[in-house]
Design a protein around this ligand. Structure first.
Ligand code: ADP
Length: 445
């Protein structure tokens, strides 16, 4: 037995991940982020730009008017409540709308306005009088394609001549049909079938090609090759755009293979720090004692909203039950829930309908709930090898500089193994995690 299993750190059904699950996980996370995201993510970093032609002037815009959009589109933009371009849009939009068209690879975290940017570019380049597909967008999954489709519909609200078609499995067209919609959005496999085998549209007439969520895309077996095969059918003059939330080497290799002569835009994720966070730990002997300590903490301090992380679904379920028996309004986020259900739970929590959110590590990965001031690690984050997962620790309790509110983090330690994990986390961040005596809680506010 490995050390991890002995310490019960391995979650049933959440321990080992197959490649297939990893990929579903990525797509699900991305979808979840889209479903719960209602605003732009704040980011104070500078946009890095690498121009294909470094001598050409670099335009960036501060207003949507400067882009000389079609009035119907400007109206759509304002109707969505956008006042000015987001950071990434300031640079990306002029490049995408330039004449002649420029290719672009853009990377920035989810919620920074990439989708809105390429949707605007697609809508701007369409000639509504031509009744055939001119813009093609490929997404990694059916659900993600639908989300992007919704944005196209919203932004194109005052431009009804432009129509949209979903190339997704289940959307069966009669043989011999020619698509008249100007924008096609779909998954790589279906898109490939539609233009190669079934000839529902002519790829040679595509003017704008968008490959969205490249990092999620390449996590799926076959999607990379299918995307490249689609790209090869497009005319040389077609504008090619690729977007990704992350940029590991594999994404980068794929991006440069599929996008010829690109401009490159990057916006680094805002650094998270522990500087404004008071970190504590509590020692206990078992989960019942941890629960008792939690009750003591709740008895002693006023907690507006807290997120509690557990390692397994079983612990999370148990803890949520115990807490609600104590009279707390508890929300539970668990692995067996559908993405939509998870989004609904997070949404209720964000609107303050529940004061406590209990979740497993896996479920809450990559989700920001900014207003939470207290984070409790009922179980410490460890990776699959049983090492401290510092990145997850930071992401759970850290806050980004300028917008960072003061916060409180409490770690529950119930074994030597966990004490060792805690010490290593402390060393890693070089920030003291103080011991808390839950029978005497005067010290924390
Ligand atoms: P990404 O594709 O990078 O995840 P989105 O384009 O989906 O980002 O934008 C994230 C959120 O911000 C969405 O709710 C979107 O409606 C909103 N948004 C996008 N651009 C702007 C803008 N210029 N001003 C205000 N909100 C915006």
């Amino acid at each position: 037995k490995t050390k991890v299993e002995e310490n019960g750190a391995k979650a049933e059904g959440e321990g080992e991940k197959t490649e297939e699950e990893e990929k579903d996980d990525k797509a699900a996370q991305s979808l979840l982020n889209k479903l719960i995201r209602s605003n732009l993510v704040n980011n104070t970093n500078q946009v890095e730009v690498l121009q294909r032609d470094p001598n050409s002037p670099l335009y960036s815009v501060k207003t949507f008017e400067e882009l000389r959009l079609k009035p119907q589109l400007l109206q759509g933009v304002y109707a969505m409540g956008f006042n000015r371009p987001s950071k990434i849009q300031e640079t990306a939009l002029p490049m995408m709308l330039a004449e002649p068209p420029q290719n672009l690879i853009a990377q920035s975290q989810s919620g920074t306005g990439k989708t809105a940017a390429f949707v605007l570019a697609m809508l701007s380049h369409v000639d509504p009088n031509n009744k055939f597909p001119q813009c093609l967008c490929v997404s990694p999954t059916y659900e993600l394609a639908l989300q992007t489709g919704k944005v196209i519909e919203q932004m194109g609200k005052y431009y009804p001549e432009v129509q949209l078609m979903y190339a997704i499995r289940g959307n069966k067209l009669e043989r011999g049909v020619k698509i008249e919609e100007q924008i096609v959005i779909g998954t790589p496999g279906t898109v490939l079938d539609w233009c190669q085998k079934l000839r529902f549209f002519d790829p040679k007439k595509i003017k704008v090609f968008v490959l969205d969520e490249a990092d999620v895309m390449i996590a799926t077996q076959g999607h990379q090759d299918q995307s490249i095969r689609i790209q090869r059918m497009l005319p040389k003059s077609c504008q090619m755009l690729l977007f990704s939330a992350t940029f590991e080497e594999s994404v980068w290799n794929f991006a440069t293979r599929i996008i010829p002569d690109p401009n490159i835009i990057k916006l680094k994720r805002e650094e998270e720090t522990l500087d404004t966070i008071k970190q504590y730990y509590v020692t206990c002997n078992n989960k019942e004692e941890k629960f008792q300590a939690l009750c003591n903490i709740y008895g002693a301090i006023t907690i507006a909203q807290a997120m509690i992380f557990c390692h397994t679904r079983k612990t999370a379920g148990w803890l949520a039950g115990e807490l609600s028996r104590e009279g707390h309004q508890v929300a539970l986020l668990s692995g067996e829930m559908q993405v939509e259900q998870r989004a609904a739970v997070i949404d209720r929590f964000r609107h303050g309908k529940e004061k406590v959110l209990v979740t497993t590590n896996v479920c809450a990965r990559g989700i920001d709930v900014e207003q939470v001031s207290v984070v409790i690690n009922f179980d410490l984050p460890v990776d699959k090898d049983g090492n401290p997962d510092n990145e997850t620790y930071l992401h759970r309790i850290g806050r980004t500089g300028r917008f960072g509110k003061r916060g409180l983090a409490i770690n529950m330690v119930d074994s030597k193994f966990n004490m060792n994990i805690l010490n290593r986390i402390q060393e890693h961040f070089n920030k003291k995690i103080e011991k808390l005596d839950t029978d005497d809680l005067d010290e924390i506010e």
